[in-house]
Design a protein around this ligand. Structure first.
Ligand code: NFE
Length: 469
């Protein structure tokens, strides 16, 4: 007997997102992840001044906007071939770091917590059909208290971003050529004060809380393993030694101990099962983006990015495995615990970076705006690997292609019918109660998916089936 369940929308993720799972004999036999928006940003920037790119694309999403601002800015700087001053590099890293912290706090407490912690009775927060709550009552109550505190800490992380970025989200502090705000002593002190509070919260109320879930839900270390190959673009460049504080690389399942360098020419996208006019699987800069909602073989607005033809696991877990600081494993709870550990490591990096700022040092490099050229830029974002491919013609943007972390995570099948990372994580999962497959929601949310980034613009025709798990 098989049963197909449509989760529409999957709750407690960013954006609206559908997942269909087929369950046979208490096991997920098939899964399809479907982004229900079309993202129009690549079309929107066509014909615009490339110096505005980061301002536009940071609006792709409210939760990872600094990453888009940064990579859009780098794409232009790579085209004109400038190096920005050390202060600017560090301030950009600090702003991105603070945005990663607010994301990780919000994902853990506002979105993900209720997979493991029972919402307080009488709350209007949300209704859930999840009956599999296992924490002792007093611990559960403590974590609800931490949830209430987390809202203030996430706001403080935004305040830290805005200390140098003028506002958050969608900062104004990053400009092509550098940054717009000097790292004055009072700003550094203010940032250090905010960071200290956030660090304390991460160390005492995030890392240990995530670890405690393992005591009560131990099987979640072993389910939801995801794609067997993994990739990171790293985080936080340092112009002095040319390295990334969190390194980049790819690890293939056949050589799990070997981190290989990224070769960006191995990244392709397929649209076989996406609502776009068919075209051969190709490199992002060669892609055409022509929406075609009537396509029979399609089930998602998300395209299918692949590295060397393979789906890739991206995000904090691969980032820390490749950095060498997380070695415990690869399942659902590892994904969550690595995100918490990453928050602690990002905060440590930010503290060092704040100490290296030169209050009177330069923050800007002059440049000639690009007239013609092609470029690529990539960075780690909150959820993993973010990359832009840009072409400028006659001083205007002629082509932009973006591959977001959530496109890797929520990718549909590719041209060879190979599932995406989250689909792989779901297929094979044992389901205890077929009427209430809480395992599915927990695995999906461990990715912290953001469909706002992966695609945009809701279709008018909604789905009618609705189930909260
Ligand atoms: Ni809307 Fe984003 C991140 C980007 S999508 S959150 O992180 O880019 O994955």
């Amino acid at each position: 007997m098989s049963k197909t369940i449509l989760l529409s929308p999957v709750t407690h993720v960013h954006g609206t997102f559908d997942v269909t799972v087929t369950i046979e004999n208490h096991r997920v036999s098939d899964a399809r992840a479907s982004g229900t928006y079309f993202r129009g940003f690549e079309e929107m920037v066509h014909g615009r001044d490339p110096r505005d790119l980061g301002y536009f694309t940071s609006r792709i999403c409210g939760i990872c906007s600094t990453a888009h601002n940064l990579v859009g800015t780098w794409a232009v700087e790579n085209m004109v071939g400038i190096q920005v001053p050390l202060n600017a590099v560090l301030l950009r890293n600090i702003m991105l770091g603070a945005d990663i912290l607010q994301n990780h706090i919000r994902h853990f407490y506002t979105l993900g917590l209720w997979d493991w912690v029972k919402p307080p009775p009488g709350t209007t927060m949300f209704e859930t059909s999840n009956r599999d709550y296992r924490l002792p009552t007093s611990l559960n109550e403590d974590y609800v208290t931490f949830y209430n505190q987390s809202k203030d800490l996430a706001r403080k992380a935004h305040e830290l971003t805005a200390t140098f970025g003028a506002k958050a989200p969608h900062i104004h502090g990053i400009v092509v050529g550098g940054v717009s705000v000097h790292p004055e002593i009072d700003k550094i002190r203010r940032a250090l004060g905010l960071l200290k509070e956030i660090k304390d919260f991460i160390r005492t109320k995030m890392v240990p809380v995530a670890q405690s879930f393992g005591l009560y839900y131990p099987e979640y270390y072993l389910i939801g393993l995801g794609a067997p190959d993994m990739m990171t673009f790293g985080l936080f460049p340092d112009p002095l030694d040319g390295r990334l504080a969190f390194p980049e690389g790819v690890v293939f399942q056949e050589q799990p101990d070997q981190v290989q360098p990224i070769d960006v020419k191995r990244i392709t996208e397929a649209v076989t099962h996406s609502w776009y006019q068919d075209q051969p699987t190709t490199y992002p800069i060669l892609e055409e983006t022509e929406p075609y909602r009537q396509k029979e073989s399609a089930y998602s607005w998300v395209k299918a990015p692949r590295y060397q033809g393979r789906a890739m696991e991206v995000g904090p877990l691969p980032r820390l495995i490749i950095k060498g600081s997380y070695r415990q494993g690869r399942g659902t709870l590892h994904r969550i615990q690595a995100r918490m550990q990453e928050a602690a490591e990002v905060a440590d990096y930010m503290e060092q970076a704040l100490g290296r700022l030169e209050p009177c040092g330069p923050i800007y490099t002059q440049y000639e705006p690009p007239r013609y050229g092609e470029s690529h830029a990539r960075t780690g974002a909150m959820r993993g690997t973010l990359a832009y491919w840009l072409r400028v013609d006659s001083g205007k943007i002629e082509k932009l292609q973006i591959i977001t972390p959530s496109a890797w995570a929520t990718s549909p099948r590719d041209e060879r019918d190979q599932p995406g990372a989250m689909e792989l994580a779901l297929i094979g999962t044992p389901i205890e109660d077929e009427e209430n497959p809480v395992e599915v929601g927990r695995i999906i949310r461990s990715y912290d998916p953001c469909i706002s980034c992966a695609c945009h613009v809701l279709t008018a025709k909604g789905q009618s089936s609705f189930q909260v798990v």
